[in-house]
Design a protein around this ligand. Structure first.
Ligand code: HEC
Ligand code: HEC
Length: 462
């Protein structure tokens, strides 16, 4: 190649790079408005002005959201005293999804295309109570105990009977002999020391202190752009405000790393029980360690994945060696709840299980193929799968959320699953009965009604 050819070649390369880099941004500005990835760090409105604007839309948005929930689900309470979570709260019973002019049996026989065409899939992605707004949102059962977690602009949407215990049981891998350590108490900065001193080593105790200490977050901070009018709320949130007692209280959030806003997933707080046997963290992020996820929560998820906003609102950067490590060390001893019917292989003990549970186990491993993604002993393959639920619904807006593809989602472990409603990364299945209906459709299994009951009975024993 001579010199001129060389220059021409480089010029052409530069043009192609220019087109690749700048063409999409030109497309985004075509309607005369930039859809920015960044939040407004340079606020020109006061706290009072922001609050007034939010209050002006609060009741209308809440009404629309409740209408959507009521059209999709039966929110009335169904429980029995015999079926309880490890902490003693009754397990919700379903299915809670409302069907539109069909029976479950008819739905079983329809193809994904037919269900999509008729618009009758019962488990579309669940929008956040005010999807355009988002942020951390805590159930009423928690805000009643900790008033610093009240948001002035948004109320929690799901009824308490489909949420976990407000103060879940705590089991430690290091001291199984102690059983439940929480005994109905919600662990906070006020009581953690007296309850755990003498049971944990000093590093774990310090890790737990950090897990119950408030740090600034997007809605709970001291800037004009906060969503709390409570003085204590301005100090931030703690890890255990959502992962109550190392489990979950059903607090919800929008995933930090998808743009634009309508494509972001609602996410339901997962339990931290059993993180020790897991290899991937976050429903979609696939962080490789609990340490990485802890840093990610604080630096990024707390501020919707916006590190610029995080700097403004006072992000608390944790020190890896002496803080992140200690927090992770405590999280890694949070055990699954006891499952007295499982043997050392994580399978049902034939002498302890009921006939229905045993039939459920056979289905789980056989016809229903659940075990291909949820193998014993912990019922996770520590991987991610794309269930392609979008085969069943059209891509359209519902209350500010795009009913879009979920993509690859982590296989959450099913050990102790009875304690963790609502289910799925966004909480779209309120009960284990809904889960069975969901997978029955997703996998096109055509299960009989008795088979569905057996599968639920098996999962309650895990
Ligand atoms: C809104 C309440 C909330 C708060 C506060 C919170 N988390 Fe989370 N946590 C979540 C949600 C929601 C997820 C799921 C994230 C996802 O799906 O990507 C999660 C996921 C996790 C996971 C991964 C669990 C798994 O099974 O994949 C870990 C570990 C974790 N959080 C630790 C922490 C720590 C440590 C803190 C404090 C620094 C914290 N969380 C604060 C809601 C919260
Ligand atoms: C192809 C892999 C695959 C198969 C087959 C499968 N699952 Fe899952 N399961 C997943 C994934 C991935 C998730 C998380 C999905 C989400 O959050 O959107 C999940 C979530 C769940 C949950 C909710 C967990 C939680 O913590 O919220 C339950 C319960 C469950 N599955 C039970 C079953 C049952 C019962 C079957 C068989 C009828 C089954 N699964 C078949 C991959 C699978």
């Amino acid at each position: 190649m001579n010199n001129e050819q060389n220059i021409l070649f480089k010029l052409m390369g530069a043009c192609i790079i220019f087109i690749i880099v700048f063409a999409p941004s030109v497309a985004f500005t075509q309607q005369g408005k930039i859809i920015s990835s960044y939040g407004p760090t340079n606020q020109t409105e006061t706290f009072d002005q922001i609050k007034r604007a939010r209050m002006a839309v609060k009741s209308e948005r809440a009404k629309q959201h409740l209408e959507m929930l009521n059209s999709r689900y039966d929110l009335s309470k169904k429980t029995t005293v015999e079926l309880i979570m490890s902490g003693g709260k009754p397990i919700p019973i379903g299915p809670t999804a409302n069907l539109r002019g069909v029976t479950w049996e008819q739905l079983n026989k329809m193809t994904p295309e037919q269900i999509k065409e008729k618009g009758i899939f019962p488990y579309k992605p669940l929008p956040f109570p005010d999807h355009a707004e988002g942020g951390m949102l805590f159930p009423v059962m928690i805000t009643k105990l900790l008033s610093r977690l009240v948001r002035f602009d948004l109320d929690f949407d799901l009824p308490e009977h489909i949420l976990p215990d407000p103060a879940p049981a705590i089991y430690l891998t290091t001291r199984p002999d102690l059983g439940d350590i929480a005994k109905g108490r919600l662990i906070t900065i006020d009581n953690y020391y007296e309850i755990f001193n003498g049971i944990l080593n000093p590093k774990q105790l310090e890790g737990l202190r950090l897990l119950v200490t408030q740090f600034p977050q997007q809605q709970f901070n001291a800037t004009e752009d906060r969503r709390t009018d409570n003085h204590d709320g301005m100090l931030g949130v703690t890890c255990f405000d959502c992962h109550a007692n190392g489990h979950s209280n059903g607090a919800t959030h929008l995933v930090g790393d998808i743009r634009p806003q309508e494509f972001r997933h609602r996410i339901e707080t997962p339990t931290l029980r059993g993180v020790n046997i897991q290899r991937l963290f976050g429903s979609q992020r696939a962080m490789k360690t609990v340490e990485d996820f802890t840093e990610f929560e604080q630096r990024a998820a707390y501020f919707d994945g916006d590190h610029v906003m995080a700097a403004k609102k006072g992000v608390n950067v944790l020190e890896r060696g002496s803080q992140v490590h200690f927090m992770a060390e405590f999280m890694a001893i949070l055990d699954f709840p006891p499952a007295p019917k499982l043997n050392i292989y994580g399978k049902l003990d034939q002498t302890k299980a009921t006939p229905s549970e045993l039939r459920g186990e056979a289905l789980f491993n056989g016809k229903a193929q659940c075990a291909s993604c949820h193998p014993e002993p912990y019922y996770t393959d520590n991987s991610m799968h794309d269930l392609k639920a979008e085969r069943f619904y059209k891509q359209e807006l519902a209350n500010g959320m795009m009913m879009a593809h979920d993509g690859n989602i982590k296989t959450f472990p099913l050990r102790g699953i009875k304690d963790s409603p609502p289910y799925m990364h966004d909480g779209r299945c309120f009960t284990l009965e809904d889960i069975v209906e969901y997978f029955n459709l997703i996998q096109q299994l055509d299960l009989k009604s008795e088979e569905k009951k057996d599968l639920v009975a098996f999962m309650r024993a895990l």
